[in-house]
Design a protein around this ligand. Structure first.
Ligand code: NAD
Ligand code: LMR
Length: 338
């Protein structure tokens, strides 16, 4: 069926006038994360239109996805000249554009390439959909989110309630590893993960899991270490061909769907995400991942957390300087980008 007829049918069947579906863009849609994420979004009923953008390759991804029998319509856009058309009217923009790590690299090593990619895409958002929720996957997340914030600020449209660093993969991993270790289904497990998204800035709160666990201290330490280094585990297993893509797509889809459910008026939506905030727990760090309450307007508040365990407090103290440095580096780059 021609795309325009499919769009009309979708609008008719879902009563789009009442905003029962949203326009979502994936920037970096031809990549290792972008393709499976786009597949999951094509199968998400709250996505009315899916816009695929990349420097190359989106026509093929669109042709492929558009044969899946859902009402979501798919359009492709390639190159900077088509970025504005891609973003126009988008409610949610998910950004996995940029290079991934190879063994031996840190996420910060990606800064020199990914910083300007994220900055230019954020400028595109400011120009074409300044009200959209923006979810940044591109690493180093600790810096790319402050970069985007500065670009949006300079364009006069920064809304801290709508800019997110996607840290859901840390939660997904923590749920899996802690669930396995404590004999609980990973699907029932919920481990809050706060801080940032690299090495020791990833701070899983194993003292605050739901359901509660009774893991011994040595196990807590081993699991914490595994969660902090899980990205490297995948990078090494992939041996130079990239980093986590499939688990990341699943995690990003979870986060995107939560944003759409909140936009659609659902209450009680909470996801951990790296956002600008002044919560006491962040101890003065302007960007910090916390369990965020979402509503139609974006971040509406933060879910309460109990005091950190002595071990978690010690981990917090030892990562604070590194995270502050990552944030400052991103802010400085964002302020000077043009
Ligand atoms: P990839 O190389 O497979 O795909 C990246 C895509 O981005 C490519 O298709 C490329 O053409 C595209 N791209 C490059 N420059 C672009 C631009 N200016 N505009 C639009 N698209 C552009 O990489 P990947 O495995 O998909 O990873 C993407 C990023 O996500 C990396 O930076 C990686 O470190 C990060 N990542 C983050 C998390 C997280 O938890 N936040 C998890 C995994 C990976
Ligand atoms: C991850 O946590 O898997 C990503 O940040 C990718 C990486 O480089 O580890």
């Amino acid at each position: 069926m021609a795309e325009s007829r499919l769009a009309k049918l979708a609008a008719h069947l879902t009563g789009r006038g009442s905003k029962a579906g949203f326009r979502v863009a994936v920037l970096g849609a031809s990549g290792g994360i972008g393709q499976p994420l786009s597949l999951l979004l094509k199968k998400t009923s709250l996505v009315r239109e899916l816009h695929l953008y990349d420097v190359k390759g989106t026509k093929g991804v669109m042709a492929d996805l558009s044969h899946i029998n859902t009402l979501t319509t798919v359009r492709s856009f390639e190159g900077n000249a088509e970025l504005g058309a891609c973003l126009k009217g988008c409610d949610l923009v998910v950004i996995p554009a940029g290079v991934p790590r190879k063994p031996g690299m840190t996420r910060d090593d990606l800064f020199k390439i990914n910083a300007s990619i994220v900055a230019s895409l954020a400028a595109g958002v400011a120009d074409s959909c300044p009200e959209a929720f923006v979810a940044i996957i591109s690493n180093p997340v600790n810096s790319t989110v402050p970069i985007a914030a500065e670009v949006l600020k300079r364009k006069g449209c920064y809304n801290p309630a709508r800019l997110f660093g996607v840290t859901s993969l840390d939660v997904v991993r923590a749920n899996t590893f802690v669930g396995e270790a404590s004999g609980t289904s990973p699907e029932r497990m919920n481990v809050p993960v706060i801080g940032g998204h690299s090495g020791n800035t990833i701070l899983p709160l194993l003292s605050q899991t739901t359901p509660r666990n009774s893991l011994p201290e040595d196990k807590v330490r081993a699991l914490t270490n595994r969660i902090q280094n899980a990205g490297t585990e995948v990078v090494e297993a992939k041996a130079g061909t990239g980093s986590a893509t499939l688990s990341m797509a699943a995690a990003a889809h979870r986060f995107a769907e939560s944003c759409l459910r909140a936009m659609n008026g659902e209450s009680g939506v909470v996801e951990c995400a790296y956002v600008e905030n002044k919560e006491p727990l962040s101890q003065g760090l302007p960007f910090f991942a916390l369990p965020v309450r979402l509503n139609k307007s974006g971040v509406s508040g933060f879910a309460p957390l109990a005091a950190l365990s002595p071990y978690e407090a010690q981990l917090f103290d030892s990562m604070k300087g590194a995270l502050a440095g990552n944030i400052k580096k991103g802010q400085e780059f964002g302020r000077s980008f043009n």
